[in-house]
Design a protein around this ligand. Structure first.
Ligand code: PLP
Length: 461
């Protein structure tokens, strides 16, 4: 396959894309887990169209729901009024989200859902029954990623994405990266949860009186490179937030809607955050919609007549769009009708079993993730866990090799991401795994004397 390179006249400026140096891929249509390009190549959608697709493309039920909504109204505002379908979705979200999360504020993308959460937490501490207006800071994790708008970038801790913008950002308090792969030498995997909990405890003990909220991704830090947290850390941070009277904002934009094997990742540790952010999978990956969902004690701080001016000073033109709401309701219906979430663990095991042959490859440092959210970290040296020079573009080359094998994946630096739609069949998971395995073997060849399982099967493609 030969894809033409883009030129500098490109009218479409793409996100996170080196515009002088990328393979031009334009999709004409999708069906299930597959995409067809304008020049007729079929590609397996191995990253769910950037982690959002749940039921595959062009699912008849979601298509029908959107078309039906189009026959009524495409858009109405949620400032002051609302659409009927949007109301139904808000009720549905109150039912399916953990604990007493019950009040949904809609926006159009994950970054905006996080921005809304930040402002909500800030305003909450000025208006709650025992106001603490000095709570104006946030505690974020190391290597955090919460989106690309300026507030979300301020929370962010990924060097490549965030450092450049430092002069225009606010500074959160920064916790550790609670990573299970690169543990400090003195920490065992058994003691990792306690180790990181103590670090968060120390920061909160010292600064709680000025902290409005802890903001974190649960279990897996996606964009950071599918970094997995020690089991139990999420529940421990919930306890610390209660102890120190700090709100807990959990960003489930990536992990929500079944990705990790539960509807919400928080359910793995029986955690109910004070504010939950969802996005990506909310509409089944169909339309731009995100949500910031609060518990009653948060909402109540804003509940007052007009004369008191306590309303939330925030609102997006397209927040709660009825077409997106119709897609979201259809997607949630489908998740329930097909019992989709109960299939995720088995599929995840199938994918991980297939990928496990890579464990002996000298450049595969770690294969990790939760559910159908998998990262394969490529390293220059397995013992020291040293990375390749970023100029080597190892992750990018492996993913380009996968495209040659009919599978669309996109790396996070040198972490290869496998994140197929939750409906992927075993055959599709095999195609995904085979392409990744062969692309890694052929991009990082071993000596001819190494075991056959490590040899590239298609070196000349
Ligand atoms: C993708 C993502 C976001 C940002 O969502 P957008 O819709 O791209 O703005 C925020 N948080 C997490 C955890 C994400 O994975």
């Amino acid at each position: 396959m030969n894809f033409p390179s883009a030129s500098h006249s490109a009218p479409h400026w793409r996100g996170f894309t080196p515009m002088a140096d990328f393979d031009e891929l334009v999709v004409r249509e999708g069906q299930g887990c597959w995409l067809t390009t304008t020049d007729g190549h079929r590609l397996l959608d191995g990253i769910s169209s950037l982690w959002c697709n749940v039921h595959g493309h062009r699912h008849p039920k979601i298509d029908a729901a959107v078309i039906e909504q189009l026959g009524r109204v495409a858009h109405v505002t949620t400032l002051g009024m609302s659409g009927e379908t949007t109301e139904i979705l808000a009720q549905r979200l109150a039912q399916i989200t953990p604990g007493d999360l019950a009040h949904t504020f809609f926006s159009s993308d994950g970054s905006s859902a996080v921005e809304a959460a930040l402002k909500m937490a800030f305003q909450y501490w000025r208006q709650c029954s025992e106001p603490q207006p000095e709570k104006t800071q946030y505690l974020a994790l190391g290597s955090a990623y919460h989106g690309d708008t300026t507030g979300a970038v301020s929370l962010g801790g990924i060097k490549y994405f965030h450092q450049l913008f430092a002069p225009i950002l606010f500074s959160p308090l920064r916790g550790p990266v609670p990573c299970t792969y690169r543990l400090p030498a003195e920490v065992s995997s058994e003691s990792a949860c306690d180790f990181y909990t103590q670090q968060f405890d120390a920061i909160l003990r010292q600064h709680h009186s000025t902290i409005a909220a802890v903001v974190m991704e649960p279990l897996v830090q996606g964009a950071a490179g599918m970094i997995t947290h020690p089991v139990g850390l999420l529940a421990n941070i919930r306890r610390l937030c209660d102890q120190y009277n700090v709100l807990m904002i959990v960003d489930e934009v990536a992990t929500g809607f079944g990705r990790t094997g539960k509807l919400f990742a928080c359910e793995h540790e029986n955690v109910t955050p004070d504010i939950l952010c969802v996005g990506k999978g909310l509409t089944g990956g169909y339309l731009p919609m995100a949500a910031t969902i609060a518990r009653p004690h948060v909402f109540d701080a804003f509940l007052a007549p007009a004369t008191e001016s306590r309303q939330f000073y925030h609102g997006h033109t397209f927040g709660g769009n009825p077409l997106a709401a119709a897609a979201a309701i259809a997607s949630i219906d489908l998740i329930e009708e097909t019992d989709l979430i109960s299939t995720v663990d088995r599929k995840a095991k199938h994918l991980r079993d297939r990928l496990s042959v890579l464990g002996v490859h000298p450049n595969v440092g770690d294969i990790r993730g939760r559910g159908l959210m998998v990262g394969i970290e490529i390293v220059a040296d397995k013992t020291t866990k040293a990375t390749f020079d970023s100029a080597d573009q190892v992750g990018r080359k492996i993913c380009q090799a996968a495209v040659q094998r009919g599978v669309w994946i996109r790396p996070l630096s040198d972490v290869i991401v496998a994140m197929p739609p939750l409906v992927a069949t075993d055959d599709e998971l095999d195609i995904l795994a085979d392409a990744i395995i062969d692309s890694i073997r052929c991009s990082l060849p071993v000596t001819k004397t190494a075991p056959e399982a490590l040899q590239c099967s298609s070196p000349s493609r």
